[in-house]
Design a protein around this ligand. Sequence first.
Ligand code: HEM
Length: 491
Amino acid sequence: FVRALRSKGRKQLSPPGPWSFPIIGNLLQLGDHPYLTLMEMRKKYGDVFLLKLGTVPVLVVNGMEMVKQVLLKDGEHFAGRPNMHTFSFLAEGKSLSFSVNYGESWKLHKKIASKALRTLSNAEAKSSTCSCLLEEHVTEEVSELVTVFVELSSKNGGFDPRNAITCAVANVVCALCFGKRYDHSDEEFLKIVKTNDDLLKASSAANPADFIPCLRYLPLQIINAPQEFYRALNGFIALHVQDHLATYDKDHIRDITDALINVCHSKYAATKTDTLNDSEIISTVNDLFGAGFETVSTCLYWSFLYLIHYPEIQAKIQEEIDGNIGLKPPRFEDRKILPYTEAFISEVFRHASFLPFTIPHCTTADTTLNGYFIPRKTCTFINMYQVNHDETIWDNPSLFRPDRFLNENRELNKSLVEKVLIFGMGIRKCLGEDVARNEIFIFITAVLQQLKLKKCPRAKLDLTPTYGLVMRPKPYQLQAELRSSGRFLTQ
Ligand code: HEM
């Protein structure tokens, strides 16, 4: 394929790229940190180049201008998803995020899902002073998280916050999707949190059958494990959705599942046209559940690591919180009055770039990019990490410096914030950006309002990520102490 593509050179130039081995292609050259290797290759081949991963040709796109070309200007031509083995398990090809079927019915699917998410996250809070249901769920969970941090710290001194964070975020997602929260020690809940973790590990950039398709027929654990984990997760979600279908009341929307049923029923009633059937509703809930869980909890795990690594930054955020909201429980609208905290979150997104690539894209038609011919069905990797560390955009990109996002009046420089590429852009842009930004803000401000986080004495912190679809930091421990007794707030 690559040779054929390159031999078109005389008429239609194909992108440059490194020489590749038979069968494995350039797979072994990628190393432990592929986004860095691809940044190195960019120095030789430019913003657009072609690799072979296994037997699959992969177009790699770097540089803000080229990324905008692919995701915005020529977005329709690059909006597909490749036919990868791991993705094929997900919702048996019906997934909104991973299905190869791009077209009018996919567009309708995304529209319905985003409408349901919007309806629900703006829905009125049940009982508190919160502005909406999402804010209420997040506020409840962060209050529980603070209690768990204090308990773990007084019991063990140092502790790894990973599990507590994951449970808190998973609970926000469960509350959003099924109107239900779980106790952190509930067995069904812990099983589902673990299955999600196993699924991510099993499908994270490590499945050789994604790039050497003939391997998908081998009965090997590494190749087929994602399917097993996915079935377990889907079973859990299907049970909840079926229960909702049976008890749904259009005048009482409890959660996203109800909101989706509502959008689909009213659309069908109004137009009798295409909408989602019940199994598509299940797969959509599955998409939102999966996407809203690992991303947000990994972001918080990184954030707490940066906060103990840079105590002076933590102190500045606390000073901003104390001076602007005091002991009042933080709300989404406070994002406007805490610019340094917002700058910190943007710097975590940029510096950690814990989603180094978007989900892989695929061309939907023959097209050209930067003067090169790109055939239909070309798998495309967008290197967001490179854009977030590009020296032509960022002054000293390897430094962690939230101040870079503030102007001389200490206001947030919004146009710079928009240059951080972590949610993708264009047709395939993340559906949950607003939910995620609001949720992360409340978690960080409510924790820092009440607790001082510290690294354990003599511990060495490592900011190098472990590579995956979502990159986590290496496990670490922290200590949490109440800033003062009056700060233990009931939210
Ligand atoms: C897709 C980032 C949280 C729902 C994506 C993509 C990225 C991303 C990079 C792929 C874009 C592309 O392929 O071009 C993030 C980050 C998050 C986050 C960094 C948190 C910090 C969430 C949340 C939800 C969500 C909370 C839902 C509640 C989705 C969905 C897609 C998606 C449904 C698939 C969109 C499509 O295929 O068209 N996200 N996300 N995400 N995200 Fe998020």
